[in-house]
Write a protein that binds this ligand. Structure first.
Ligand code: UDP
Ligand code: MG
Length: 315
């Protein structure tokens, strides 16, 4: 098998037929053996029905049906786990990632790269809020991690079997694939493209899911927030110490009998805030630590037409 194409699906009934057609019309002329892996991530519409129809009609269409919605990163992970291609392409189902770019990505890979990611030159039809938060996130991430995760890049990319193999050895629960792939190393390069609007349906990435992905990315690749908590603690203590000296000075060396209510309130509020932030940051890491200690399988497959290796079945 030369190529596996991994397509996570969450409520994409409006896009599946066009997507599949466009994929076929660019992949078929490439003359490579290819499998299409659709992962139904607990869709509530007729996506599964459409996928099952495709799988029944075409022997190179495979599907993985999750028992519920596990999220985009996990859906892609399941696809990677069950893929067999020497090269594996990851693509969104909503046609924001143009299938027509895959031959370019594939060609670049043949020049000896293990990872070829698609870098967004422009993003169309997305809310100013989404563009702003995404931009901010990529910049912050680049600043505070020591893995160089390329900015303005999603999961649309092609990776080699070597990289898939390496990913399988990274069983963390909180997946941030683009970070993990950067961390793995090897020769990586990119191809630029203009990101289109979503063809049909609506985004499955709520702000809540985006925030979770952002926190997963940051906590998995940076200890800076934890250290920032310590710094804030020192800073706050330092300020509190100055206030203490000032208060004592006022009490013993001046006749000014001001009750000091203001300074008291300021320091209590300030310290309270800093403590809550610090505890919150620790909580974020701790939650992820405990998720990993539990060692649950990442996902539960309800049914699939791929022969599931026993290792995956056990999770
Ligand atoms: N997706 C998924 N599970 C989810 C949310 C999204 O598998 O819980 C899929 C979705 O069907 C699409 C891809 O992930 O193929 C990207 O999602 P979306 O286009 O909604 O995200 P956006 O482009 O708005 O960031
Ligand atoms: Mg999208």
């Amino acid at each position: 098998m030369d190529l596996s194409i991994i397509i996570p699906i969450y409520n994409e009934e409006a896009n599946i037929p066009t997507l599949y057609q466009r994929l076929r019309s660019v992949i078929d002329p490439m003359g490579v053996s290819c499998e299409y892996i659709f992962i139904n991530d607990g869709s509530r519409d007729n996506s599964l029905g459409l996928i099952l129809d495709l799988a029944a009609a075409q022997s190179d269409v495979r599907y993985i049906n999750f028992s519920r919605n596990f999220g985009h990163q996990i859906a892609v992970t399941a696809g990677l786990d069950l893929s067999r291609g020497q090269a594996v392409a990851i693509i969104d189902a909503d046609l924001q990632d143009p299938p027509e770019l895959i031959p370019q990505l594939y060609a670049k890979m043949q020049q000896g790269y293990e990872v070829v990611y698609a870098k967004r030159r422009r993003r169309e039809g997305e809310s100013a809020m989404k563009l702003f938060t995404a931009k901010l996130f990529y910049r912050i991430l680049a600043r505070i991690t020591n893995v160089s995760i390329p900015v303005d890049t999603g999961d649309f990319r092609i990776i080699s079997r070597k990289v898939v193999q390496a990913l399988k050895q990274m069983p963390e629960q909180n997946k941030f694939l683009r970070g993990q792939i950067s961390w793995i190393g090897y020769r990586q390069t990119y191809v630029e493209y203009d990101r289109a609007q979503r063809a049909g349906g609506e985004t499955g990435y709520t702000y809540r899911k985006m925030l979770r992905l952002a926190l997963d990315g940051i906590t998995a690749f940076s200890d800076v927030p934890l250290k920032a908590a310590t710094l804030m603690g020192f800073g706050a203590t330092g300020i509190a110490f100055l206030v203490l000296i000032y208060t004592l000075f006022q009490r013993f060396f001046t006749t000014n009998s001001e009750p000091g209510w203001a300074s008291l309130m300021v320091s209590i509020l300030f310290l309270g805030g800093v403590q809550l932030i610090a505890v919150g940051i620790i909580g974020e890491y701790l939650a992820r630590l405990s998720a990993n200690v539990r060692q649950r399988p990442l996902y539960i497959i309800s049914d699939t037409n791929i022969a599931v290796p026993e290792a995956v079945e056990r999770g």
